[in-house]
Every structure is written in C-alpha cells, then in structure tokens.
Design a protein around this ligand. Structure first.
Ligand code: FES
Ligand code: FE2
Length: 436
C-alpha cells in the first residue's frame, strides 16, 4: 500500500531549521579544550569560559581571520595560534557577555585591541547537552539575538520515561552524506528489522519478525510523534518515535513509561554532505557501575553502534548520490504506510528550506577551501579505525582480566604450599645461640 500524502491537516511543527541544536554531549566539552564543529558550512568552536559556562564562537580570529584550530583554551581564555591574541569574558567594558581581546602584542591596546570581540552564538548547557541557537549570523554579544523559540525540554523524561531507573552511554559519529537522509533513516522503522536485523540484540526485531504496523501520528508546534502498534494489539506500543525539530529524534522501544530501550539521536548539519550524530542510549538493565566496567559495557555498546552505522552508511551515501544526480526525486519515491513519518518529515523540511534557506547563508562552491570539512570528520564509517581501536581496547582489557583471574587461581593453589615451605624452612634453620 502506498501513501500519497498525509491525511492530517498540514500543521507541521512551526520550529524550522534555524534554532536550538544540541551539538555536543556535556562530558565531551572539557575545561581547557576546544571543541570544533561547523553548522551549515560555518566553522565554529565551543569551549568553557572561566565560569565553566559553554561558549560557541565563530572559528575566526578578528585580528587576521585565523582559525583557532591549534590554539588553546586556558583557564577560560581562548588563545589564537597565529599571534597569540587572548580573549576572555572578563573585559566587559562596553557590553554584556562579550568575549573581548585582553592581550595582543600592540603598542596601542586601548585604541585598538579592546575593540576586538569574538562573534558568538547563544550557547547553554541543559540535561548534559550543549545547545546552540544557530541563526547563520554570529554576533559579538548573545544579547543581540532575537530568540524566536525557547529551548523546550525534550529528553526521554519529558515524555514519561523513568530516568532514575536507567543509565546511558553516548557515542558520536560523522557521516559524509546529506544531513536530512540520516534523520529519515532514524524515522524509517522497517529498515531496523531488515538492515540491522542481524546486529541488534533481542528476539523481536530481526528479518524473520519484520511486519506491517498500525500507526498513529500526532503533530503540534514542537513535535512530530508516531506510535506503532502491532496489528490486533492496539493497547501496547511496539515502538514510538518523536521528531523534535530541528535535529532531535527519540526512539522508545515500547511506550515511554515502560520502554527498556531508548535512544536520543541528535543530528547536526556540519556542512554540505557532512553530518554528525550524537547517540545517547539508555538502558535499564546492568546499572551497577562496577559490573559495567568489568564487562566493558561502554566499549561493547560502541561496537554495536559502529556496526549499525556502517550498515546504514552505504545506503545513505547511495541515496544522497541518486538524489543529487537527479536520478530519483522524493516525489517519485513510493512510500509504504509505515513510511508516513518520513513524508511528514519531508513536508516540514521542505517548508523550512523554503522559508529559511540555511544552506545558502554560508554556501559552498567548487572553490571552497575544504580544510575545515576535512579536519572535522571524526569517524566516517568508511574509515573503520575507531572501531578497530575500540576492539583493541576490549581485547587488551579482556586479556588483563583473564590474566588476573589466572594469577588469583594460581595464588590459591600454591600459596598454602608456599607458606608451608617457608614455615618448615624456618623450622630447619638452626638457632644461633648468642653468647654473653
Ligand atoms: S589572527 Fe589571531 S592573533 Fe592574529
Ligand atoms: Fe539505521
């Protein structure tokens, strides 16, 4: 069965492509480190200021436009690698919340350097994520932004998931393909059974169990939500997905209140055909920290994700290619009933592109210097280095654990004999009588 168009009235979410993006997991943004990314082709840097607050700046020094790549962040100051200009939030002479140059080799600091301000985007930390409010035009003070949509809480607990009863792991990964293709992938329920069927643990999601679902879709200003029920079982939610524009998707296996498997996927449009995803995976089993470490749960989880993303990657690249070469247009795709969410996403995406044209703000061309794009990529699945590194860590740690167990067993076997021998050795040592 194919779907021509959603039957619901077109109240797509009003939040568009410009707005609040979750761009980094809090734990990745360390004091005294620079975190590079880009948004819609524009290179950016995130770091922590001296109050530990996250700051997002355009990656361009106002002195002579050098990137901060190779520069430093020290005690909340950011230092340009080219001529050593130091920028800090402490110099607020002529404005609030500016990041101002407080040192550069110049004989006339007061008339020149103190007017050097970094351009930035509003940046906040919430729920262990760093969010930026991206508009395409960085300004010298976050107070100069007109913020059109508040940062609404949108984590699993917002929808009824019991956070106290769970733990999460995070992975992030970069793709060389169109940003929106990855969101589509995460809204495509059937491919989970087929493409990832042999990789996912669990008995009810694999190639043998692929089936058609009943689906209910709800839309409002902030969400696009879909609940899938098995046919004939209206009460139990099999999977529910929530798309929170512009870049977040939450997938609950089961209803949010009872889900044992939850993923939060944040999609970041780094550049033309380059996208980053942060995956936060919640689980309710094996919560003991010590056991998790002992069983290397984090690394094993990473391996599963790298495998899943490698499976997706080939498809995403070929879809991107076919679309961009004009071999296939969205309108020609024959969607299934289960693909309704994808159609809703397309409608929202198309409307937002027409309204905001984010890709035209910092356009790329054949002559674009790709230095930022090339240095940004952390782990395109085409390069399995990270996966190998994680496997090496697992092998090494497993070997250490086995070795320790063998040592302990040997100690149990030989220690009593050894003690006995020492004792009997002591007995056989002749006593030397001291003479007065
Ligand atoms: S370009 Fe940054 S200090 Fe000169
Ligand atoms: Fe996938």
């Amino acid at each position: 069965m194919t779907v021509e168009s959603p039957t619901e009235k077109a109240i797509t979410p009003s939040v568009g492509l410009l707005g609040w993006y979750s761009v980094c997991a809090s734990q990745l943004l360390k004091q005294n480190e620079l975190y590079h990314l880009s948004m819609y082709n524009e290179p950016l840097v995130i770091y922590r200021d001296k109050e530990n607050k996250p700051r997002c700046i355009k990656d361009s020094c106002p002195h002579r436009s050098a990137s901060f790549r190779g520069g430093e962040s020290k005690n909340g100051e950011i230092i340009c690698p080219y001529h050593g200009a130091r920028y800090t939030t402490s110099c607020n002479q002529d404005g609030f919340d500016r990041i101002t140059c407080n040192h550069i080799v110049d004989s006339d600091y007061d008339n020149f350097a103190k007017y050097l301000h970094l351009r930035q985007y509003p940046c906040v930390e919430q729920g262990d994520y760093i969010y930026i409010y991206y508009t395409g035009e960085a300004k010298t003070s976050p107070n100069d932004f007109k913020i059109n949509s508040e940062l609404e809480p949108s984590l699993p607990e917002t929808y009824g998931f019991d956070l106290a009863d769970s733990k999460f792991e995070e992975v992030f990964i970069d793709f060389k393909c169109d940003w929106s293709r990855i969101i589509e992938n995460h809204l495509d329920i059937l491919h989970i059974f087929w493409l990832h069927g042999n990789t996912l643990p669990g008995n009810d999601v694999n190639r043998e169990t692929i089936k058609s679902f009943n689906q209910t879709i709800n839309k409002d200003q902030y969400h696009l939500r879909s609940v899938y029920n098995e046919k004939g079982n209206k009460k139990e939610e099999f999977i529910s997905q929530i798309f929170i524009p512009p870049g977040r998707v939450i997938i609950f296996k089961g209803s949010p209140e009872q889900a044992r498997y939850v993923q939060v996927l944040d999609h970041i449009p780094l550049a033309h055909n380059r996208a980053r995803i942060i995956v936060r995976h919640y689980r309710k089993f094996l919560k003991n920290k010590f056991l998790c470490k002992l069983l290397l749960f984090k690394q094993r989880q990473q391996q599963v994700f790298y495998k899943i993303f490698s499976e997706d990657y080939l498809v995403l690249q070929t879809q991107t290619f076919n679309e961009q070469m004009g071999y296939m247009h969205q309108g020609q795709n024959k969607l299934l009933a289960e693909d309704k969410m994808i159609k809703h996403f397309w409608d929202w995406h198309q409307q937002s592109i027409e309204k905001e044209s984010p890709w035209t703000i910092h356009p790329t061309s054949a002559h674009t210097n790709t230095i930022h794009q090339d240095m940004l990529m952390v782990y395109p699945p085409a390069n399995p280095q990270l996966s190998h590194d994680v496997q090496r860590i697992i092998d090494r740690k497993v070997a250490v654990r086995l070795f320790s167990i063998v040592i302990i067993i040997l100690a149990f076997i030989f220690a009593p004999n050894l003690v006995q021998q020492i004792k009997s050795g002591n007995d056989s040592i002749p006593m030397v009588e001291t003479q007065e």
